[in-house]
Design a binder for this molecule. Structure first.
Ligand code: SF4
Length: 291
């Protein structure tokens, strides 16, 4: 497989074949993100992708899941995506699911019917980075979509019958917008009603605009217990009908896996207990935290 630069994938795609169909992120300007810094965005030519699929099909072992990298592969025009998906299905006989990162604008560029066509060709899950449901936070972190676009995009994915996984970022509003960020994110998640939510905590990477804001004192990140308070508020504001909410990513201080709505109240009780005791021993140690 010919990968260009560092490859990122959602934790739930750990056992998937990673097929790089684009290089980098078409936007690449979110203030907190260093994932694709230094990569010039391009859509790979079909012959490059085909070569990788041919190689994967020669491994002999059955491949059930494929993840299309990099940052927002859904930006590929419909015709190109269909060509890739059809070839994947032809070559990987046991293929059950294709996953893909997308931003809200990529999704909104496609009609529901087009998303359904992708679903019929194997796209089973779309990963969307909401980060925050607070309009001011989205503006400050230079996310390229508004809250309204995020909600519309999420609804479109669900209408097409594709599983939706949404990522949110604890701490991204700083101390100043901490509670507004948590409250609004919970509310927006409720409107999106995704199948999965992954809560990550902001880890500041040198070289990003957010790092500079922290260095100059413009942004102050919440303390570890401040982040857990955000988690509490966010979950408290979530009214989800059928969702698996996870904060077990390595960046978090308090790893939780909650089936919503069934386990919501139990989770809130557990968080309240941690906040009451304020014992650092209850948190994931700093040296084990990672992006
Ligand atoms: S967060 Fe997503 S959309 Fe923003 S720059 Fe990073 S990969 Fe691109």
């Amino acid at each position: 497989m010919k990968y260009e630069g560092m490859i990122f994938r959602p934790p739930s795609e750990a056992d998937s074949l990673i097929l790089q169909v684009t290089v980098g992120c078409s936007y690449n300007r979110c203030a907190f993100c260093s994932a694709y810094q230094g990569k010039s965005f391009r859509v790979k030519r079909f012959d490059e992708v085909k070569e990788d699929i041919d190689e994967a099909s020669s491994y002999g072992a059955p491949i059930r899941k494929v993840f299309l990298a990099d940052g927002d592969a859904l930006i590929i025009p419909q015709k190109g995506l269909i060509q890739i998906l059809q070839y994947l299905r032809m070559k990987l006989k046991g293929l059950e699911r294709v996953g893909i990162y997308a931003n809200a604008r990529d999704i909104l560029r496609k009609e529901v019917e087009e998303l359904r066509d992708l679903k019929d060709l194997g796209v089973g899950i779309i990963y969307l980075g909401l980060e925050s449901g607070n309009p001011e936070v989205l503006k400050r972190i230079k996310k390229n979509s508004t809250v309204e676009q995020m909600i519309r995009a999420a609804k479109r994915v669900k209408e097409a019958g594709v599983v939706l996984s949404v990522t949110v970022l604890l701490g991204i509003g700083g101390v100043e917008l901490s509670q507004a960020h948590a409250q609004d994110t919970g509310k927006v998640l409720s409107e999106m009603d995704p199948d999965f939510v992954g809560a990550l905590s902001q880890i500041v990477v040198p070289g990003t605009p957010i790092h500079e804001e922290i260095e100059t004192g413009k942004l102050v990140l919440p303390t570890p217990f401040g982040l857990i308070q955000e988690l509490e508020t966010m979950i408290g504001n979530c009214q989800l009908t059928h969702c698996f909410f996870a904060s077990n990513h390595a960046s978090n201080y308090l790893p939780l896996r909650i089936r919503m709505p069934e386990e919501k109240e139990d989770a809130l009780r557990r968080i309240a207990d941690v906040l009451r005791r304020k014992d650092p021993a209850l948190l994931r140690p700093e040296y084990l935290r990672a992006l």
